[in-house]
Design a protein around this ligand. Sequence first.
Ligand code: GTP
Ligand code: MG
Length: 423
Amino acid sequence: GEGCRTVPLAGHVGFDSLPDQLVNKSVSQGFCFNILCVGETGLGKSTLMDTLFNTKFEGEPATHTQPGVQLRSNTYDLQESNVGLKLTIVSTVGFGDQINKEDSYKPIVEFIDAQFEAYLQEELKIRRVLHTYHDSRIHACLYFIAPTGHSLKSLDLVTMKKLDSKVNIIPIIAKSDTISKSELTKFKIKITSELVSNGVQIYQFPTDDESVAEINGTMNAHLPFAVIGSTEEVKIGNKMMKARQYPWGTVQVENEAHCDFVKLREMLIRVNMEDLREQTHTRHYELYRRCKLEEMGFKDTDPDNKPFSLQETYEAKRNEFLGELQKKEEEMRQMFVQRVKEKEAELKEAEKELHEKFDRLKKLHQDEKKKLEDKKKSLDDEVNAFKQRKTAAELLQSQGPQAGGSQTLKRDKEKKKTRERYF
Ligand code: GTP
Ligand code: MG
């Protein structure tokens, strides 16, 4: 490179031990690997994990009556010779069991994102302890395809499409002992073409490292792997082998003529575990981190494409925030003034209405009063007229007594006399 000169060494210096130092350090720290098993209930997820790691991880089988999809995560410490592996197995629970499968992928996406978010938060801490941090990011997603021999379900395509930018997907055909050899070949081709036509990106075993380029290249052509799981050991010849026994014969898990289990184990654990970890960090996590930081307003360059530091971003954001705060305050003040004005006008209107109503009532009252007064007057007049007539009548009576009147008086006297006679 520029300003850099190659110089020979005259004797042994010792930095050729760097690779060994690296190995020793890694070994003493231990490794961590996280697998996500996505697949319908009872497709053999747990059995395959037990078969792959040659142990019995505890775990209850799920029922088909889950109201939604959940994820169950378990972490185990494994030891092989002097290498320690902290293995996390995450399994879907209830996947494919709901009538409406539209949202089934969501809990899976949310889980993967939550692990990225936790790592990002650790990275953003002032005091970070990334070397002791338990990294829970998913390194490999084994996608269990039901051995229908038909085609991928839309649930499978939708889910894989949602996951392919977030995780390394390795599709596998589960329980492949339940499908015939010729059907299996056709099924594999069908799946591959469906994945391609739907633009689903599955994990490709890397071919850039010479030492594994050949085997990885060959294995890429065998995807999706058709696997069989079993923890049952059967004596074949004079060896105990993992197998599934049927009335007509035995299927051997580790026999490459019977299934692709060995290929999966080779690729996932023995050849590409480190690449899966690396891809997770450099591709999937990097994408998550970039989107998240951009969403938060961080940028590497300003609008003129000049470098823009974190400090500058912070200050720009702070000013933007203060400006916005001021604007909000002013808006609120304006709104308050406006509201007061509105209320005032409303009150004035109400007052006016009240006045009008009062005037109307007053007028009504006056009219009524006037009517009553008129009536009283006319009645008074009638009374007076009557009185006048009465006086006139009395006057007439006192002036000239009539014969009819004294006759009545005489008759009364006679009646009285008669009564006295009888008693
Ligand atoms: P859940 O956790 O309940 O969703 O199920 P799972 O996907 O973990 O399936 P599990 O491993 O519990 O297996 C379910 C049933 O399928 C068991 O009876 C297994 O013996 C059987 N099984 C597992 N793997 C295979 C396989 O490769 N072929 C066949 N034929 N049966 C299998
Ligand atoms: Mg299970």
